[in-house]
Structure formats: structure tokens, C-alpha cells
Design a protein around this ligand. Structure first.
Ligand code: ADP
Length: 230
């Protein structure tokens, strides 16, 4: 039960921090003995809004990781053509983020993977979102190709990279790299969730990173037979 205690301690700490901000700033705004000017009110409300987003993201992540860990997440694997799959992700993200620099290459173009499209897009979107958070201004290159009898997807940025000592821990729950994460919102659950989703597919995810060069994630999955083959 020690692991479970650690988990609960971490979770309550993570939940208490944003909740503490929300409560603190709300109480402050409600004080009857002080008049806050418009600008201060606005500042406080922005903090509350931000922390509420953080809390909701955290709860979403916790539920996802719980479902994945308990094995109650369902994976319905069907053939997913990768070219249109990546295009959908790209279109969806372009609506949200203004400065998205993504290069997608699927070769051969009719490659398809056995996947649960919704779960796999969560993985890809999370890796793209990490690249835009921790490697801003770098092009994100997504490549899909065949590797022996598997299908390989790589997602690479040319950002600051991650110091080698952290690489063995990066997929662990709540693990964040201090020198990369200062001032960047996150929970340290994203990569943990990615790993569980990929393993739920019977696949593998690996990280390769070099300081000042960038970070690449390698994902191996089962290919689907495409027309003309099999
Ligand atoms: P989160 O983004 O919520 O902190 P993740 O599990 O997605 O959590 O990532 C764990 C940590 O790995 C991040 O906090 C960050 O320090 C580091 N990281 C992830 N992706 C990258 C990247 N592309 N470049 C540099 N550091 C990264």
C-alpha cells in the first residue's frame, strides 16, 4: 500500500495547490472591508480562471490515468489510415493554436495502423502539445513509416532537449524535468498516460533526446493491412 499512499499524497498536494489559489483569491475579492479597483479584480479573476483550468486538466488526467492503470479503459483496435488521421489532428489543433509549425510525412501514403483512433490521437496531441510547450518555435516533425513488420511513428522537435539523467524517469507519474517545467503549466501525467495508451495497444513508446538538439518520441504499433497487400 506504500505506492498507493505516495499516490494519494501526491494527488492531494497537486489538487490542493490550485484549489488554494481559487479559494484564496475568491475570499479576498469577497472581503467587505476592502474595495479592489477594476484592474486588481481583473488580475485576481484571471488567476482564478487559470487555476480552475489547471484543476480541471488535472482531474481529467487523473481519471484517464486511473482508467488506464486499472485496466478499465477500452481499446477498440480498427484499421486507421494515418494520412487522414494526422490531418484531422492538425486541423483540430490549428483551430486552437495560432503558431503551430507541424510537418507530417506518411510514407507510403496509404499506411494504416491498428489503433483506437481516439486514444491514439490523445497520445499524438499530447506529444505535439509538449513540443509546443517545452520546445517553442521549433518545427514538429511527424513521420510514419514501416519498420520491419511494425509501424513506426516518430514525433520530433528541435528544442532544448532533456538532460540524460531524466530520461529513465520521464514516463513516470507526476515526473517533470525541473529545468524545463519552471513556469510551464503541466501535471507530469501526460507521458505516463501516453505510455499506458500505447502499451494498451500492445505497442511501445521510447524517448530519445539530446541537449540543444531536440527530443524525439518513437512509437511502434501493429500495422493494418492496406489495400493491395496482405
Ligand atoms: P507535463 O507536460 O504535464 O509536465 P508530461 O508527462 O507530458 O507532463 O511531460 C513530463 C516532463 O517532460 C515535462 O514536464 C517536461 O519537463 C519534459 N518534456 C516533455 N516533452 C518535452 C519536450 N518535447 N522537450 C523538452 N522537455 C519535455
Amino acid at each position: 500500500a506504500r505506492l498507493q499512499d505516495d499516490f494519494i499524497a501526491m494527488v492531494s498536494h497537486e489538487l490542493k495547490t490550485p484549489l488554494g489559489f481559487i479559494k484564496g483569491y475568491t475570499t479576498t475579492l469577497l472581503r467587505k472591508d476592502t474595495e479592489w479597483d477594476r484592474e486588481t479584480q481583473q488580475d485576481f479573476l484571471e488567476i482564478i480562471d487559470d487555476e480552475a483550468d489547471r484543476l480541471s486538466e488535472l482531474i481529467g488526467n487523473l481519471l484517464d490515468s486511473y482508467r488506464l492503470k486499472s485496466g478499465s479503459a477500452e481499446f477498440k483496435l480498427v484499421p486507421v489510415p494515418l494520412a487522414s488521421f494526422f490531418k484531422n489532428i492538425f486541423d483540430r489543433l490549428s483551430k486552437k493554436e495560432v503558431n503551430l509549425d507541424i510537418e507530417i510525412q506518411v510514407s507510403p501514403t496509404d499506411l494504416a495502423v491498428m489503433a483506437d483512433a481516439k486514444q491514439l490521437s490523445q497520445v499524438i496531441e499530447n506529444l505535439i502539445s509538449n513540443a509546443s510547450k517545452y520546445a517553442p518555435n521549433s518545427t514538429v516533425k511527424i513521420h510514419a513509416s514501416q519498420k520491419d513488420d511494425k509501424l513506426l511513428i516518430t514525433i520530433a522537435d528541435s528544442g532544448p532537449g532533456i538532460p540524460a539523467v531524466h530520461l529513465d524517469h520521464i514516463f513516470k507519474q507526476f515526473y517533470r524535468v525541473p529545468e524545463r517545467s519552471a513556469g510551464v503549466r503541466g501535471t507530469g501525467l501526460g507521458l505516463y498516460i501516453c505510455k499506458h495508451i500505447i502499451e494498451g495497444h500492445g505497442g511501445e513508446i521510447k524517448i530519445e533526446s539530446e541537449l540543444n538538439k531536440g527530443t524525439t518520441f518513437h512509437i511502434l504499433l501493429e500495422p493494418a493491412d492496406t489495400a493491395g497487400k496482405s
